[in-house]
Ligand binder design. Structure first.
Ligand code: ATP
Ligand code: MG
Length: 385
């Protein structure tokens, strides 16, 4: 008998010719995630992935980590044995010995129909054996425990609990995005959603030291570290933004400030995206959440962009975003007090409807290209995870 996890994917299986590429990526990601748990091997079959545990694996830890791998629909702990009804019965008994239940049912599936017993016969034999040995009762309609038996061409698998995974696609199959990461609640959730759809995330953060403190920077690094669990090793670009903000404050009308910060950030981010071969920018913007996020203003920010700006949270309410932040574990860090550069020198009445021309006029006195170059000269790169 051998213990292993059977890992199942949902959408990955639907990708036609790309399927092998998707599966291989998922296998690589599982290996990365399970480093240090003592697992023996990860094996790709035609319809699922097996994680062989061997003698030394920390099963609880393997299970905890598999729950975080993007692209897994569900998985289960299985005991594998030979295709022999006596062996199946004994292994099934051992498999359920640590579970508490009052009634049970056995369900059998055969992918190899040459096995001498039919599925109902296997279920009846194994069920009868378990009931006799454990003194519990069989319940075909509402059992506490379902024991699954699967018979393939070369082995039999016994499992009980189906553990849900996160779903999504394996990280890396959807290309790369550059996430504009602030220390707030929204942008880490936006990043997580893109990572879940298989995009590798790179991060950029703008900070206004000495107007904002160093703790704000560390907070962003901590958020990137949390996101590095599903995203793996992650690059964070830190851009000093204070000088540029001062120039904007001195030379432009105050109602446009935040929007002009945002346009400069977007221009700089685009250059970073080019360096990193990232194909889109990602923000945590949500329609109407604050003055800078009206449709008119989003359009005027986007007007200077050459690559897509993706906003996975655009249609989400704050309450929904908070719930997701709690679930993915970024909420507590995000809500620690911090100063964001965008809240610096902000007027009481920011413009809610600044047109593309308004902003272009407001910026006309700035040497935009030079400002972008200067910001890029002071770029700092950190790797986390
Ligand atoms: P968040 O909670 O993500 O900070 P928010 O609701 O506070 O968002 P804004 O401060 O208007 O909204 O920021 C909108 C988006 O702009 C953010 O979600 C983020 O993607 C980007 N952004 C804002 N400030 C920064 C920053 N300092 N560095 C990088 N990106 C930023
Ligand atoms: Mg913010």
């Amino acid at each position: 008998m051998e213990e292993l996890f059977s890992v199942h994917y949902a959408e990955v299986g639907l990708k036609g010719k790309n399927r092998v590429f998707f599966e291989k990526r998922l296998v690589d990601n599982i290996k990365l995630t399970l480093r240090g748990t003592g697992y023996a091997e990860v094996e790709r079959l035609h319809d699922r992935i097996l994680v062989h545990l061997g003698q030394n694996a920390d099963i609880t830890e393997v299970k905890r980590r598999l729950r975080q791998v993007m692209g897994i629909a569900h998985f289960e702990l299985s005991s594998r044995t030979e295709r022999d009804i006596t062996a199946i019965k004994e292994v099934a008994l051992r498999h359920i010995q640590d579970v508490s239940y009052e009634s049970l049912k056995v369900e059998t599936r055969r992918t190899d129909k040459t096995f001498p017993l039919t599925s109902p016969q296997v279920s009846a034999e194994v069920g009868g054996y378990l009931v006799t040995k454990t003194g519990t009762r069989a319940d075909m309609h509402n059992p506490d425990l379902v024991c699954w038996v699967k018979i393939t061409h070369n082995a039999a698998y016994i499992s009980t609990e189906k553990i849900p995974g996160v779903g999504g696609l394996p990280v890396g199959v959807s290309g790369k995005v550059l996430v504009m990461l602030s220390g707030g609640i929204d942008s880490p959730v936006a990043a997580w959603q893109m990572i879940k759809r298989g995009a590798k995330a790179v991060f950029v953060h703008f900070y206004s030291y000495p107007y904002t403190d160093k703790a704000s920077l560390e907070k962003v690094i901590e958020l990137a570290q949390i996101l590095a669990v599903p995203n793996y090793r992650s690059t964070v670009y830190l851009v000093p933004f204070a000088e540029l903000q001062q120039i904007i404050v001195a030379a432009t009308p105050s109602p446009f400030r935040v929007l002009l910060y945002r346009r400069m950030m977007t221009r700089i981010a685009q250059r970073v995206a080019t360096m990193e071969n990232a194909e889109a920018l990602v923000t945590g913007e949500s329609l109407g959440q604050v003055a800078s996020q009206t449709l008119t203003n989003l359009r005027s920010i986007e007007a200077i962009a050459d690559i897509p700006i993706l906003r996975p949270l655009i249609g989400e309410d704050k309450a929904e975003i908070i719930e997701k932040a709690q679930r993915i574990g970024t909420f507590d860090v995000s809500t620690r007090p911090h100063q964001d550069c965008c809240s610096l020198f902000v007027p009481k009445h920011p413009a809610t409807r600044a047109s593309v021309t308004d902003l272009a006029d407001a910026e006309s006195g700035l040497d935009v290209d030079t400002l972008v170059e200067e910001a890029l000269n002071n770029l700092e790169k950190r790797v986390v995870g």
